[in-house]
Design a protein around this ligand. Structure first.
Ligand code: BGC
Length: 701
């Protein structure tokens, strides 16, 4: 019976103990909604008719909100859907670090900074688990690329491991008490992370004293001895060949089934090892499946759509907003004043494509999926009905659409199967239509197809694919009033940036995609998202790229994080490289004025004033750097943030308390956390590149 509860009995369940009335664990992906029901023992859809759900925005979008309350709302809402579907364990959220913009799964994670990821994941987990649904935090750890994900051995310094890669997991353990964690496919020190003794027994269960269960990634278990002794508690998905082929096997053949039982019976592995695992699994069952307070939940409620839309609206990031051409007033092109245009042309595949599908295990089957084109058309219809009647030919705004490019309609199509001639044809059609438009809204980006933000493969180019760069640039030459909207989980190159009037980045927004986007474009919602990743001008500018193939993409079985702790903005600052858009950056339809930061004791306060004409939210960020550090340290690192709503003319004071522990670094000399006393420089600002509001803080013994 103890052996039975520590491995799968189907694709997504592990057994209980029927004799004792102990229930099985029902698990499901995660992290943006409940996955479509699959057959008991295959990856094929079970063809249920009642398993359509709300797709919530991608976790990068959530991170972009920098709003802890929305994270709580997200965890609460999504877990209600899991509970309603009878699930006990939600496979997500994920906090792997975006060290490269090529990572095919970055959209499932919360950006490049461990503080932001940690701060955002804690309320999500707390709220979900309050409903009796366990989060299974992914992917522990160093699963920061999809290239060679099943076999790559990650070499990383202990300092970078602790300060960057483990940090958000630690907060999830210590502050949110997450109930389960998924071991990752990749290796560390030559051992797969699903059963890595040093990471799991040493750090997670040892140092952090975590009492939860480690669940293997599907097919991530590779050895009985290591699985037994390396801290794995539940083995899932073994013997599948990368989710594609189903080989002949029985669940009794799992590494932690009969083979383990045999080793125990032979006395080679003590019973205490099995007791420990079974005990942890029972604890997980009692916390979830047998939790008398488990929520009943609900699916597709209006409250969930509202939550979805609110998160999407706050996660959208406005990156550029210039004055429209021929515009006499000084106002930028966004928010759009629809009364000014006669003929709006929407171009781009993502205007109509469902972006809730694809991506791999995070794919979702939705009941409602509002596309940008639909939402814009609705708005324009509404607007036209407001016109003095009758609406004759030539009055009102006309909206037309041109796809502009194709990425290959079928999911998981290979990029190179796209027919270039078809793309030329679509481009020519868009350009032809552009000559008749007085405003172009371009809606493209990435899309969760293979190598376009999808599991088991990284992106192949920092540029947008399918000729999008050329298309945007040519459209802009024809009609300079062009607003570019992109979807995608990563940063990308924008060689056409100076040619376009506005740029809006949307990550993936879920079921309410179109509505949220339309609300931001037209100003019903004032944009307030800020980037959780750095957008580099050129791919070569990312800190790891200078170290060549060894540091990423060698396709070899080794990758070495040579940039060490200098991931993302930490590296850009050290190298004095100007990013295109820095971490923490995002524009608003209003403007904010920062006062002078004032330090008092262990707090720093600053006045923020809304100096524009509309209400808006600002994300005030606190970065801290040590002056004259004893060991090498980043110029500054994010240590806190606050999101505040300000009416026009309103001023609020934001006060941060400086937490002594947050100033610690992991010493390469003593191999311990160390907090240095002395002078620290505080930077309170609107992004990681804002150095205008500094103060000094002295930490005494
Ligand atoms: C993914 C996990 C996912 C699991 C089950 C794996 O391939 O890496 O994140 O939860 O499949 O679908």
């Amino acid at each position: 019976e103890k052996i039975q509860v520590i491995h799968a009995q189907s694709k997504f369940t592990s057994a209980g103990v029927p004799r004792l009335g102990i229930r099985q664990l029902n698990m499901d992906d995660g992290p943006h909604g409940v996955r479509e029901e699959l057959e008991w023992n295959t990856w094929n859809p079970a063809r249920w008719t009642n398993d359509s759900i709300v797709a919530f925005p991608s976790l990068t979008c959530l991170a972009s909100t920098w709003n802890r309350d929305l994270s709580r709302l997200y965890g609460h809402s999504v877990s209600e859907e899991f509970a309603f579907r009878g699930k006990d364990v939600m496979l997500g959220p994920g906090v792997n670090i975006a060290r490269t913009p090529m990572n095919g799964r970055a959209f499932e994670y919360m950006g490049e900074d461990p503080y932001l990821a940690g701060a955002m994941v804690v309320p999500y987990i707390q709220a979900a688990q309050k409903n009796g649904v366990a989060c299974c935090l992914k992917h522990f750890v160093l699963n920061d690329q999809e290239t060679n994900r099943f076999g790559v051995n990650v070499n990383v310094s202990e300092r970078a491991l602790r300060e960057i890669y483990l940090a958000p997991f630690r907060r999830a353990v210590e502050e949110a008490h997450v109930w389960s964690i998924m071991g990752s496919y990749n290796m560390y020190k030559g051992v797969h992370c699903c059963h890595n003794d040093e990471l799991i027994n040493g750090i997670l269960k040892g140092e952090w004293q975590w009492d939860g269960s480690v669940i293997s990634d599907w097919g991530g278990t590779t050895d009985t001895w290591q699985a037994a002794t390396g801290g794995l508690d539940i083995e899932m998905g073994s013997f599948t060949d990368g989710k594609v082929k189903e080989s002949e096997f029985t669940y009794d053949d799992y590494y932690m089934a009969r083979p383990l039982e045999q080793l125990i019976n032979e006395g080679k592995i003590p019973m205490s090892v099995l007791d420990e695992k079974a005990g942890r699994v029972l604890r997980l069952i009692f916390r979830t499946a047998m939790n008398p307070k488990k929520a009943i939940g609900n699916q597709c409620s209006e409250a969930h759509y509202d939550a979805c839309r609110a998160i999407a609206e706050e996660g959208i990031v406005l990156l550029r907003n210039e004055k429209a051409k021929n515009e006499k007033s000084a106002t930028p092109i966004l928010p759009l004043d629809l009364t000014k245009y006669k003929h709006i042309l929407v171009v781009g595949e993502n205007a109509t494509r469902s972006l809730t599908q694809g991506g791999g295990s995070s794919e979702l089957k939705t009941l409602r999926d509002i596309s940008p084109l639909e939402a814009l058309q609705d708005l324009i219809n509404q607007q036209n009905t407001l016109l003095p009647s009758p609406i004759g030919e030539g009055s009102g705004v006309r909206l037309s659409f041109a796809q502009g490019y194709t990425s290959g309609r079928a999911l998981y199509d290979q990029v190179d199967t796209v027919d270039p001639a078809e793309n030329e044809r679509l481009k020519a059609e868009a350009i032809e239509k552009a000559t008749k438009a007085d405003l172009i809204i371009y809606i493209g980006g990435l899309n969760k197809n293979t190598k376009q933000d999808c599991e088991n493969g990284d992106r192949e180019s920092y540029d947008l694919s399918f000729g999008q760069n050329e298309l945007i640039s040519q459209l802009a030459q024809i009609q300079p009033n062009i607003v570019v909207v992109t979807f995608g989980g990563n940063a990308y190159a924008t060689p056409w940036l100076q040619q376009v009037k506005a740029l809006v980045h949307c990550w993936y927004l879920g079921s309410e995609s179109g509505t949220a986007l339309a609300n931001v474009l037209t100003g019903k919602v004032c944009p307030s998202g800020k980037l959780p990743v750095t957008f580099a001008k050129r791919y070569e500018d990312y800190p790891y790229v200078r170290y060549g193939e060894e540091a990423y993409q060698s396709n070899s079985s080794e990758v070495t994080y040579k940039e060490d702790i200098y991931v993302g903005y930490r590296g850009f600052n050290r190298d004095k490289t100007q990013p295109l858009f820095p971490f923490g950056y995002g524009l608003s339809y209003t403007t904010f004025k920062y006062g002078k930061p004032a330090v008092s004791g262990n707090t720093v306060s600053i006045d923020i004033t809304n100096t524009g004409a509309v209400a808006g939210k600002e994300i005030v960020q606190l970065y801290i750097g040590k002056e004259k550090p004893q060991e090498d340290r980043p110029v500054k690192e994010l240590k806190d943030f606050r999101k505040i709503l300000l009416q026009p003319g309103e001023t609020k004071t934001v006060t941060f308390t400086i937490d002594r522990n947050s100033l610690a670094y992991f010493s390469n000399v003593s191999h311990q956390w160390k907090t240095e006393t002395g002078r620290y420089r505080l930077y309170v600002g609107s992004s990681s590149a804002d150095n205008a509001h500094q103060a000094v803080y002295t930490l005494s013994e």
